[in-house]
Design a protein around this ligand. Structure first.
Ligand code: NAD
Length: 272
């Protein structure tokens, strides 16, 4: 395989959930820059408008468009996958990425900050919301990806998990960790089931990245010191730094990789 074909995703039909910000936006950017046709799904209309306008303003060979939805809305998610398949003729790569932090900066569906992080004080709908978005919606996203990819002979499903699936990080809040641990298992199970259909399923497990999650806590200089101290590299990551791994998992270079969990955390999880 030549270097040129190894990372070739030109013309691929790609979906990125939670692509209006942070890590998901970086996924969308690298795919469009590499010539793919990308549909970004997100709850945040203003973020979608900004993302589409700013990516379209680049001189990149791919295309981008967007559709607003809540990934926990099963009907809307199913309709979005069908709309992308109708428009692009197929679905080749899906990034199941939308997620919410459950820490003190947790955003309720109404946009209010939830101050309750503790297990005994936490409202039950807080648990329900995080599990719905971070776990059940990933399950639904994998199902729709599989349904379309089986029909066209294969594809790639790339799920954003977290090092919090394995390492206790209480600042992300109680429901976040079991949701991400569930995601890790889901990825392995889906890889087992779907390999025979040419569908590769992997997950990316980031450590601290400076995004808007948790109300942008990781961008706040006062809060980021603890994360920087945790990293073996003494800093947190910029979302751009996810792009190489995303392109690798979407491209022919990773044709024999499935059921894998790729950690990208500056060594943070080695410190526990
Ligand atoms: P972010 O807040 O910058 O981006 C998340 C995007 O998902 C936002 O655009 C948001 O509007 C969207 N979203 C949230 N809920 C949604 C819903 N119900 N339906 C549709 N869209 C929704 O955060 P990020 O850090 O880029 O998060 C992306 C993924 O990375 C998440 O799954 C998160 O758990 C994971 N992650 C992030 C970090 C980190 O340090 N930033 C670390 C580990 C894992």
């Amino acid at each position: 395989m030549s270097l040129e074909t190894m990372f070739d995703v030109a013309g691929k039909s790609v979906i990125v959930t939670g692509g209006a910000s942070g890590i998901g936006r970086a996924y969308a950017e690298i795919m469009v820059e590499s010539g793919a046709r990308v549909c970004v799904l997100d709850l945040d209309q203003a973020g979608l408008d900004r993302t589409v306008a700013e990516i379209a303003a680049q001189d990149w060979p791919g295309t981008v468009w967007a559709r607003r939805l809540d990934v926990s809305d099963r009907k809307a998610l199913a309709e979005a996958f069908d709309a992308v398949a109708d428009k692009h003729g197929r679905i080749d790569v899906v990034f199941a990425n939308a997620g919410v932090d459950a820490g003190p900066g947790f955003l309720t569906p109404e946009g209010a900050r939830d101050p309750h992080g503790q297990i005994d004080a936490m409202p039950e709908d807080h648990w329900d919301r995080v599990i719905a978005v971070n776990l059940t919606a990933v399950f639904q996203t994998i199902r729709h990806a599989a349904r379309h990819m089986k029909a066209t002979g294969g594809g790639r499903i790339i799920v954003t998990s977290s090092v919090a699936a394995r390492v206790n990080e209480s600042f992300v809040g109680t429901p976040y960790m079991p949701a991400k641990a569930g995601v890790d298992h889901l990825v392995r199970n889906a890889a087992m089931e779907l390999g025979a259909f040419g569908i590769l399923v992997n997950c990316i497990s980031p450590g601290p990245f400076a995004t808007n999650i948790g109300g942008g806590r990781l961008k706040n200089p006062a809060d980021r010191a603890a994360f920087e101290a945790q990293s073996l590299l003494g800093r947190i990551a910029d979302p751009d730094e996810i792009k190489g791994l995303a392109l690798y998992l979407a491209s022919p270079a990773s044709a024999y990789v499935t059921g894998a969990q790729m950690t990208i955390d500056g060594g943070s999880s080695l410190r526990g």
